[in-house]
Design a protein around this ligand. Sequence first.
Ligand SMILES: [Zn+2]
Ligand SMILES: [Zn+2]
Length: 213
Amino acid sequence: MKITILYDNTVLKSNLIPDWGFSCLIEIMNRNILFDTGANGSILLENMKKLGIDPMSIHDVFISHPHFDHVGGFSAFLNKNNNVKIYMPGSMRSIVNSKEVIFVDEPAKLHENVFSTGELDNFEQSMAIGTDKGLVIITGCSHPAMEKIFRAVLPFGSIYGLIGGLHGFEEYDLLKDLGLICPCHCTLHIEEIKYLYPEKYVEGGAGRIIEVK
Ligand SMILES: [Zn+2]
Ligand SMILES: [Zn+2]
């Protein structure tokens, strides 16, 4: 399983464009999943191009929640490739011009080793990817309490990692058994997480590639 951060408030490579928002590419078992689309379609497509990712290579789009910094690039992406399967939180029910749209209300298995928490707090879904080390959770902003997110994915396995926006998350104890933490985007307390768990911490930013076998 390989995750490439495409869009983040910061960048790790100077040719990429930083902007407030989040998007990443998940490659698992020959499936390429775009998680969120950042705030601005031209920045998303530009960063994808610089990272050598062809929009036509994407099979699925997973939208975590309707905030502009996660869906802003959605239509620009669909203009490039709408031959995709889209997973959206149930409350975002609307007409989307693509091959197939699935509204996710409850925790669900989407593909082999790909799970959703389902829509939590009537607002946001997070993804969990199965690896040999356990589940790696990917969050957009983590607006629902982290405990709820963890509880929703636990039926699918134990939790190994957490990547994405953690917003105002402060229940640091919840992270003590994890092996990998990559806080990105809107995470307010990155410094605290880094200080408490230096051995688990991975710096976020567009251009970051994380591989977990
Ligand atoms: Zn956000
Ligand atoms: Zn948000």
